[in-house]
Design a protein around this ligand. Structure first.
Ligand code: MEV
Length: 327
């Protein structure tokens, strides 16, 4: 049998980093996808082949409990190990063993703050389930993909895996069930990826260290960010884009204060604001990656054309209601 699944990427509207220490964050799935195809093999091996965003092919072969061969470059094993974990954990949760060919193709730029690694792990787990059961179980996918995320980011909050699995707009608090937020309109976000990539795990560690060093200064920023997220949910529900934009701007400055912005992100965020975005901020771990700008139809073109020449890749997105699915 052959099974094929797609899983969405995400933008964090508010609360990245702060969410790692228990503050609420607001995250949306967006319609840029990781795709995975899984096919049964005649032997017991697992072969994973991945074509990344830049068109580079990585392959590993796993046999008798170890990686026995690989093709690509020196980063190949590191890139594919989390996917292997997602596949193995999914098989383990289903209490079965299977030889599988796993093909991954992702339209999500990696290390761009858009949840590429989570989406790939979620798509891989879903297509394994599709292959062995003919349908998906989102609890299993979440658990398997979270194990994979832990290999990459060490201390993930689970926000990326949650939104890629369940989709929609989610108010997320670590360790709690997600709260789904329904809007009666489609907000428009411009996403700009600046091509300077950053490692989420390292940035998370840096922020946690700062919090430990000067808690009396940093803790109030966490509380403020948590309150901001709750206010942002209200503003978006009321379609009050002016307040929502203001809150996105403040969120960016809070992230700057904890040291995860860089000058290029600040510049682009400021241009987006000047050209008419309701608000703009970095999204995801920072240190490079992407920004988001909140616009509506009347403001879209001006902001888009001013950002286009300054970013590596620009996406116009809204909230993708569906999470991972078999196609
Ligand atoms: C990464 O998309 C968001 C961070 O808050 C890390 C996490 O929550 O796991 C930076």
């Amino acid at each position: 049998m052959v099974a094929k699944a797609i899983a969405p990427s995400k933008i964090i509207l508010s609360g990245e980093h702060f969410v790692v220490e228990g503050e609420p964050a607001l995250v949306a799935a967006i319609d840029i996808y990781a795709k995975c195809i899984v096919e049964e093999r005649l032997d017991d091996d697992i072969r994973i082949e991945s074509k990344d965003y830049f068109g580079k092919i990585h392959v590993i072969k796993y046999s008798k409990n170890k990686i026995v061969d690989y093709a690509g470059d020196k980063t190949t094993k590191k890139i594919l190990r989390p996917i292997l974990i997602a596949v193995l954990k999914t098989l383990e949760f289903c209490e079965t063993k299977r030889g599988l060919d796993v093909y991954i193709e992702s339209d999500i730029p990696p290390s761009a703050g858009l949840g590429s690694s989570a989406a790939v792990a979620v798509a891989a787990s879903a297509s394994v389930l599709g292959e062995i059961k003919g349908n998906i179980d989102k609890e299993i996918i979440w658990k398997a993909a979270f194990e994979a995320e832990r290999i990459i980011h060490k201390n993930p909050s689970g926000i990326d895996v949650t939104v890629s699995t369940f989709g929609g707009l989610i108010l997320y608090k670590k360790g709690e069930r997600p709260t789904f937020i329904k809007l009666n309109y489609k907000p428009i976000f411009i996403v700009g990826f600046i091509n300077k990539r950053a490692k989420t795990g390292k940035l998370v560690e840096k922020v946690l260290k700062l919090k430990k060093e000067i808690p009396s200064i940093i803790n109030p920023i966490y509380t403020s960010a948590g309150n901001l997220t709750i206010r942002l949910v209200e503003a978006l529900k009321n379609r009050d884009l002016h307040t929502a934009g203001l809150l996105l701007n403040i969120n960016h400055e809070l992230l700057s204060a904890i040291g995860v912005s860089i000058p290029k992100l600040d510049i682009i965020v400021n241009i987006a604001r000047k050209k008419g975005a309701y608000g703009a901020k970095l999204t995801g771990a920072g240190g490079g990656g992407s920004i988001i700008a909140l616009v509506d139809e009347s403001r879209l073109e001006k902001v888009k054309s001013s950002l286009e020449k300054r970013v590596k890749k620009l996406f116009i997105t809204s909230i993708a209601e569906d999470g991972v699915k078999i196609i």
